[in-house]
Ligand binder design. Structure first.
Ligand SMILES: [Mg+2]
Ligand SMILES: [Zn+2]
Length: 505
């Protein structure tokens, strides 16, 4: 396996990555905080009727039985350190059939940290009765919570899920109580909302929340590590060990362009398909000498991906940061800027597949071509020397011929210059400005894909130096120009180059 594409930041000469020195572990790094995994979830709000027990309808606390698994489920959540609150509508309180005190005693017995109870009658215009989010907002105020880091678990779509949705909390629907009918005959009452997870019951829900908080915590831990300047080679378990330094450089490069303080705290998260085999990877790449065995092999378990939109060099790019978890440690596995939008196998037979913007595809094609080109160049250089390798890529005869054949209406020298412009822009997706064209001189300011690929594709830098890459480019152009009737000089600029063509007038 030879991973061809890595992340996507301009790292060229203007970007002295090696000087950032982030590839090495900072001596200030606290060993105990290595890859620490903070909890994402701050608090969990649990509905009572139909979720903790009962039937979904009112049952007085003296007659209320929790489900057999409820105490275990609540304990699972409490053990993770989440605050635990009841979140319940009890309109019978307003009718004198029970008191708030009765309910509070019940919730204290369940060892909850508190309870938010709407006592108002069904028609009473309060802002606390679910689906109104009043109780959640009050809880946030009283406990300093970020509701986007809280979870609501309930059995009723039209109350529990809508209240959670209103404040951006994570939504878990349980199938007990009204759960099944919420998903069936009453689905229209909360049609626009999708639960983040549908659980069989509260215990299933609790297990999901525990895992969800760990997975989301990866991103918080990663940002924190980068912010402290503590991110290093020990924090990566790449797809291929050779990619480790490159990954560190990319993190450093992104952090230098977009401060981690500006990275979103809850980017879209995709939990990847379980990977039970590392057969396709180089054996030995993954095992530390002290590795007890397969259970610790990264690549096992579910990789967790975060899709993070960042504005880099004025261009919004979505980076996919992929991580693996080992016990309570996270490791960065990969960063990719181009993410093909395929997340599941389509219904078969399938004839249409998700597309990408054409500029993205232009870049990908050129990157693939560059990979093949440089792999061959490196091979030929090793076998037959640099001169031979470079000569192999001289295509001037065919290039000049193409210009004359495809633009037959102009003198060949002018056709050649215009063909250069056309090919670099329309065919390869680069940028060109034709600044001058006479019978004896021409000037093209160029942002060719050839050069931007080198800046953005880390793996190329491992195979060919910037100097050799540019020398190859120049050799190709001198050969093309010669066959087109010109001489050429290349002047490099920050993001491209200018080609100066001359010929005897
Ligand atoms: Mg309920
Ligand atoms: Zn109320």
């Amino acid at each position: 396996m030879s991973p061809r594409r890595l992340g996507d930041v301009h790292l060229r000469k203007q970007f002295p990555l090696m000087e950032l020195g982030l590839e090495n572990r900072s001596p200030l790094r606290d060993a105990h905080s290595a890859n620490r995994l903070p909890q994402f979830v701050q608090a969990v709000f649990v509905d009572r009727d139909g979720t903790m027990g009962g039937t979904g309808r009112f049952i007085h606390p003296r007659d209320f039985d929790v489900y057999p698994f409820t105490r275990e489920a609540l304990a699972n959540l409490r053990n993770e350190g989440f605050l635990l609150f009841a979140l319940t509508n009890q309109y019978r309180i307003s009718r004198g059939e029970a008191t708030e005190e009765d309910f509070h005693r019940e919730f204290e017995d369940l060892k909850l940290d508190g309870a938010y109870i709407c006592p108002h009658d069904i028609d009473f215009p309060c802002n606390c009765k679910k689906p109104a989010p009043g109780m959640l907002l009050r809880a946030a105020e009283e406990h300093g919570l970020d509701l986007s880091r809280c979870v609501v678990i309930g059995d009723t779509g039209a109350t529990d899920m809508l209240a959670a949705q209103a404040v951006g909390a994570t939504k878990v629907l349980v199938k007990t109580g009204w759960g099944e009918s919420s998903l069936g005959e009453y689905r229209h009452t909360w049609a626009d909302v999708e639960p983040d997870y549908i659980a069989g019951d509260l215990l299933d829900a609790a297990k999901w929340v525990v895992e969800f908080s760990r997975q989301r915590g990866i991103w918080l831990g990663f940002i924190d590590t980068v912010k402290r300047g503590a991110f290093g080679i020990d924090d990566v378990k790449p797809l291929h060990q050779g990619l480790a330094p490159g990954l560190c450089h990319i993190v450093a490069a992104i952090a230098a362009k977009v401060p981690p303080d500006d990275w979103p705290l809850s980017p879209k998260m995709v939990v990847g398909a379980r990977c039970d085999t590392t057969d396709h990877l180089d054996p030995g790449d993954y095992r530390d000498p002290g590795d007890p065995g397969d259970d610790c092999a990264p690549g096992r378990g579910h990789p967790v991906h975060f899709l993070v939109p960042l504005l880099v060099d004025g261009q919004e790019t979505t980076f996919c940061f992929s991580f693996v978890l080992e016990g309570n440690r996270w490791f960065l596995r990969h960063i990719e800027a181009i993410v093909i939008p395929i997340t599941h196998v389509p219904d078969l037979p399938a004839t249409s597949f998700p597309d990408l913007p054409s500029a993205t595809k232009d870049f990908m094609r050129e990157e693939i071509a560059a990979s093949e080109r440089i792999r061959l160049w490196a091979f030929l250089k090793d076998r037959f020397g640099p001169g031979f390798a470079t000569d192999w890529f001289k295509d001037g005869v065919g290039y000049a011929l193409a210009a004359r054949a495809w633009i037959p209406f102009l003198p060949p020298e002018q056709a050649f210059i215009l063909y250069v412009c056309w090919e670099e822009t329309r065919l390869r997706g680069g940028e060109a400005h034709l600044l001058e064209l006479t019978s004896s001189s021409a000037r093209i300011s160029l942002k060719p894909q050839y050069l931007s690929v080198y800046g953005r594709a880390t793996h190329l830098r491992e195979q060919i130096s910037a100097e050799d890459y540019e020398a190859l480019w120049e050799a190709i152009w001198k050969d093309r120009a010669a066959h087109g009737g010109w001489q050429v000089e290349v002047k490099y600029e920050t993001t491209g180059c200018t080609l100066f063509f001359t010929r005897p007038g």
